[in-house]
Write a protein that binds this ligand. Structure first.
Ligand SMILES: *[C@@H]1O[C@H](CO)[C@@H](O)[C@H](O)[C@H]1NC(C)=O
Ligand SMILES: *[C@@H]1O[C@H](CO)[C@@H](O)[C@H](O)[C@H]1NC(C)=O
Ligand SMILES: *[C@@H]1O[C@H](CO)[C@@H](O)[C@H](O)[C@H]1NC(C)=O
Ligand SMILES: *[C@@H]1O[C@H](CO)[C@@H](O)[C@H](O)[C@H]1NC(C)=O
Ligand SMILES: *[C@@H]1O[C@H](CO)[C@@H](O)[C@H](O)[C@H]1NC(C)=O
Length: 524
C-alpha cells in the first residue's frame, strides 16, 4: 500500500493503520506495567534505565467527563484516538476546586463521583499505554484555582488581600498540602493501585501556569515551589515533580526578562525556580500568536525560535534537567489564522522537539493544547484538534510520534555523548562569560534581544487590537473559553468566539504592565 505513491490522505490512513497495529502492544505499554516509574537521568527521561520521549496532548476535561458514567465512552475514545496516533502523554487536571462540579468542594471535602472519574481516567490511560502529567491546581479561575483557595481562607475568617496570598498564607498552604496528600494517597477504585505507586503517572505539576502580580520578580512563587515540591516528595518520593511554569523569566541569576513577551515580568523565575529541590524537570508553554498578538508571522517565528532555544540552553547549562513544552497551540480565528498556518506551527514545534531529542538535547517532548473528541462542541476553544476530523494535523502528529518513538529505549550514556558534542562549544562560551559577541551562549542585558514592538500593527481591526493587548495577561480567560466547565460556557459564551472583548481589559493590561514596571523600578 505504501509502495505506490500514495495521496496524502492514503498516507495518513496508512500511518493510522500502522499505529493501530502497533497499539495492540506498544513497548511503552509493557513499560507502563513492568518497567516502573519514569525517572530523570540528566536531561533525559528514563524508564527502566532507557530513554523515553513524549509526544503528548492536553485534555483538561478528562476527569470531569469521566465523573459521569454515561459519558465515559468519550474518555475511552480520546485515549483510543491518541494511542492510535502514537501519543504517549496526556496532561490533565487532578483538581476542581469548589464551584458546581468540584473534586474538592471545600477544604478537605471531596466528591467521590469526581474522584472515581479520575480513577477511571488513570485506569484508561494505563490501558492505552499513555502516561499522565497530573496538575494539582490552577493559577487562573477556571476550576477554582488560587482565587478559590483564598476565598476558602476568607470564609474561615482569615484576612487575605489578594489571590496571590495563595502563595504565602500559612492557612492556604495548609489547604493545598492537604489536597496534595489526598490526591497522592488516593487508592484507585478501578485498579486498586494508590496514585503514588502508579507508573502510569509521569509526575505531578504543582499548578497550571503560576503567575504572581504581588511579586513581579518571581521570589514569591519560587519560595512557594521550594516549599511545595519537597512536600510532594515527602508524600510520594518516587514520582517526578514540576512547577507548571510557562517559562517567563524573572529576576534570578541567568534570567533574562527581556526575552519575555512584551519584555515584562509575570512573577516567575524560569531558571531559579526549576533549580529548586524536588523539581525534576522544566516546562515551558508556547503561544506566540497570543503572547505577541498583532505581530507578524516573521516576528512570531523569531520569538518561537528564541524562546525554545533560550530555554533549551538554560535546561542544558543551568538546570541539567529535561524540558517539556507542556502546552502549545495556535488559535484558529477567521481572518487571523487558518489551518494551513496552524499546521505549519504544529510542524515547527514538533520538528524542534525532534531535532533536540535526536541530538541528545534537553527538549524531549511536548503536549499540544488541546485534544477533543468529535461532537464535544461545547468545549471547542479555537485550539482544538479533533484527530478523526483533521487529517492533516493527525498525520503531522502521528508522524512525529513515530519519529520520537524510534528514539525510545536508548542507553542514556550514548545520548549524553551526543549531547556533549552539541553543547560543548556553548558550555565553553558560557564559562568564559563572553558578553560582547552576539553569537555567544551567554545573555547579558547588553546583548539580550528585545522582543518589543511593533506588536500592534495598523492592519488589525480596532477590535482585534483591543483584545490582543489583553490576551497575554488574561490568556486563560481566552484559551480558558475551553478551559472551564461546560456549564459555565453555556451560561456565559466566551467573548473570543465573536472577537468581542471588554475594553476594560485593555486598561487593566496597560495598568498591569506599568505598575509592574514601577514596582520593579522602585525595588531596585
Ligand atoms: C504575602 O504577600 C503579600 C504581598 O506581598 C503581603 O501583603 C502579605 O503580608 C504576605 N503574607 C504573609 C503571611 O507573609
Ligand atoms: C532572537 O535572537 C536574536 C539573537 O539571538 C536576535 O537578533 C533577534 O532579534 C531575536 N528575535 C526576537 C523576536 O527576539
Ligand atoms: C491561509 O492564510 C494564508 C495567509 O493569509 C494564505 O496565504 C493561505 O492561502 C490561506 N490558506 C487557506 C487554505 O485558506
Ligand atoms: C514524516 O516524517 C518523515 C521523516 O521521517 C518526513 O520525511 C516526512 O515528510 C514526514 N511527513 C509528514 C506528512 O510530516
Ligand atoms: C490599576 O492598578 C491600581 C493598583 O493596583 C488599581 O487600584 C486600579 O483599580 C487599576 N485600574 C484599572 C483600570 O484596572
Amino acid at each position: 500500500m505504501a509502495a505506490r505513491a500514495p495521496r496524502p490522505g492514503a498516507l495518513a490512513a496508512s500511518f493510522l493503520l500502522l499505529f493501530l497495529a502497533a497499539a495492540a502492544a506498544p513497548w511503552w505499554h509493557r513499560g507502563l506495567a513492568a518497567a516502573g516509574l519514569v525517572r530523570v537521568d540528566g536531561t533525559q527521561f528514563v524508564v527502566g534505565g532507557k530513554t523515553v520521549y513524549f509526544s503528548g496532548f492536553n485534555a483538561y476535561w478528562l476527569m470531569l467527563v469521566a465523573s459521569d458514567p454515561a459519558r465515559r465512552g468519550q474518555v475511552v475514545a480520546a485515549f483510543r484516538q491518541a494511542a492510535g496516533h502514537g501519543l504517549n502523554l496526556a496532561r490533565t487536571w487532578a483538581f476542581s476546586d469548589g464551584g458546581d462540579a468540584p473534586l474538592q468542594a471545600a477544604p478537605g471535602v471531596y466528591d467521590e463521583a469526581m474522584f472515581q472519574g479520575l480513577d477511571f481516567v488513570i485506569a484508561e490511560a494505563r490501558r492505552h499505554g499513555i502516561y499522565l502529567l497530573l496538575c494539582l491546581t490552577n493559577n487562573f479561575h477556571d476550576f477554582g484555582g488560587k482565587r478559590q483557595y483564598v476565598a476558602w481562607a476568607r470564609e474561615a475568617g482569615h484576612h487575605l488581600a489578594t489571590a496571590d496570598d495563595f502563595f504565602n498564607s500559612t492557612v492556604v498552604k495548609g489547604y493545598y498540602k492537604n489536597h496534595v496528600k489526598t490526591v497522592l494517597t488516593r487508592v484507585n477504585t478501578v485498579t486498586g493501585v494508590a496514585y503514588r505507586d502508579d507508573p502510569t503517572i509521569l509526575g505531578w505539576e504543582l499548578m497550571n501556569e503560576p503567575r504572581c502580580d504581588a511579586d513581579p520578580t518571581g521570589a514569591m512563587v519560587q519560595a512557594w515551589v521550594e516549599e511545595m515540591a519537597p512536600y510532594v516528595k515527602s508524600v510520594d518520593g518516587d514520582h517526578l515533580v514540576t512547577a507548571g511554569l510557562e517559562g517567563f523569566y524573572g529576576d534570578g541569576a541567568h534570567e533574562s526578562k527581556d526575552l519575555n513577551p512584551w519584555g515584562i515580568y509575570y512573577g516567575t523565575n524560569f531558571v531559579d525556580t526549576h533549580r529548586a529541590a524536588g523539581v525534576d524537570f522544566a516546562t515551558i508553554h508556547l503561544y506566540p500568536d497570543l503572547w505577541l498578538w498583532g505581530s507578524g508571522a516573521a516576528a512570531q517565528l523569531a520569538f518561537f525560535r528564541n524562546w525554545t532555544r533560550s530555554h533549551a540552553r538554560d535546561a542544558e547549562l543551568y538546570l541539567a534537567k529535561p524540558l517539556l513544552v507542556t502546552e502549545y497551540g495556535k488559535f484558529l480565528w477567521d481572518g487571523v489564522a487558518n489551518r494551513t498556518q496552524r499546521d505549519r506551527f504544529l510542524g515547527l514545534v514538533l520538528d524542534s522537539i525532534y531535532a533536540s531529542a535526536a541530538a541528545g538535547g534537553p527538549l524531549v517532548g511536548g503536549a499540544f493544547w488541546q485534544l477533543l473528541d468529535p461532537g464535544m462542541d461545547t468545549l471547542r476553544d479555537g485550539y482544538e484538534i479533533i484527530l478523526p476530523e483533521d487529517q492533516r494535523a493527525a498525520t503531522i502528529i502521528g508522524n512525529h510520534s513515530r519519529q520520537l518513538a524510534e528514539l525510545n529505549g536508548q542507553d542514556v550514556e550514548a545520548v549524553r555523548r551526543r549531547s556533549r558534542r552539541r553543547w560543548g562549544a556553548h558550555r565553553k562560551v558560557h564559562v568564559l562569560g563572553s558578553s560582547s559577541s552576539s553569537s555567544s551562549g551567554s545573555r547579558s542585558s547588553s546583548d539580550t534581544p528585545r522582543l518589543h514592538m511593533p506588536l500592534i500593527p495598523g492592519s488589525l481591526s480596532p477590535k482585534s487590537k483591543l483584545s490582543g493587548c489583553c490576551l497575554l495577561l488574561e490568556r486563560s480567560a481566552f484559551k480558558g473559553s475551553g478551559n472551564r466547565r461546560p456549564q459555565d460556557e453555556q451560561s456565559n459564551p466566551p467573548g473570543i468566539r465573536s472577537g468581542v472583548v471588554p475594553a476594560i481589559r485593555l486598561f487593566q493590561w496597560l495598568n498591569y504592565s506599568s505598575t509592574f514596571k514601577d514596582r520593579v523600578g522602585r525595588a531596585r
